[in-house]
Design a protein around this ligand. Sequence first.
Ligand code: PHE
Length: 339
Amino acid sequence: MEAEKIKSEVDKIKSLFEQELQIAEDEETKIRQIRTKYLEELNKLFKLIRELKDPEEKREIGKILNRTKEYFEEITQSKLEKKEITKIEIPDISIESYFGFHGSLHPITIALRQITQIFEKMGFEVEEGPEIETDWYNFTALNIPPEHPARDMQDTFYLEDGRLLRTHTSPVQIRAMEKRKGKLPVKIIAPGRVFRRDWDATHSPVFHQVEGLYVDKVVRMSDLFGILEFFFKNFFDGKVKVRFRPSYFPFTEPSAEVDISCICDGKEPACKVCKGTGFVEVAGCGMVNPAVFKNVGYEDVRGFAFGMGVERLCMIKFGINDVRLFFGANFVAFKRRYF
Ligand code: PHE
């Protein structure tokens, strides 16, 4: 064979070698096999040098073959060494967990899922709204004008541009009605996070509410009571007493407050949750005030709305006596105490 042919043979072998090596990835036995196979191929070419007549050509081909051989060896070797490094086993230096549990859903998440399920069964759609609201949606559209004293109870965190962190999920009532304009019924619940300037055993600056709104041609207050009773019976497996008290909200008329019986069942005068009264306020409700309908351009309709506090429901359901524990850092201790 002449020198030129040997050269092109070397090129061919080299590219085949590279291709196969790439396919082999990190498989040790394959890399070794490829190395042997291609070194043998080169050996065959080495033997052909003898047949070349020109000493200059002999030297040149010899050099090329030697360089290629070194190349094959180096590349395969480095691949194999890399393999060795990745094979080193790292000992497990973590200490076995002291506590015998491995995490679970937060009680608020559990409650929210259950609440949603119960209302979905009754045909309510789930609606979401923004946590940063405008004054209009959070207050004014809900019949709470700037000078209204109801704003005092719902002091919140304001942004520089005048927007605020919503103090309740009621703004979603307005958004849901605007979105569905002309389509009845509007039958939604709106679970979500809300914010207020509060901090004690039953008030946290961040908490959760579930809003409910049902608007149609004919909706009665008895529908509202029926739906809420059905909900509380289901959520608490029939174990609590429900009580409605007349109350006042600017966006409902008439309005009522919903109380349910406390975990202490009224037997502990020092109870932190119900303060010895035996009942805990868990929701506000009422018939949608016509002023609210006017603000969203709805005519000839009636509706009811309610808003409940999810932490309060959880406190009763799971027997937790301080709302701040839900958002505290020491959740492990919290779970040891309550779950
Ligand atoms: N938004 C009221 C609150 O946070 C609760 C409520 C909702 C009352 C809907 C009536 C109707 O206190």
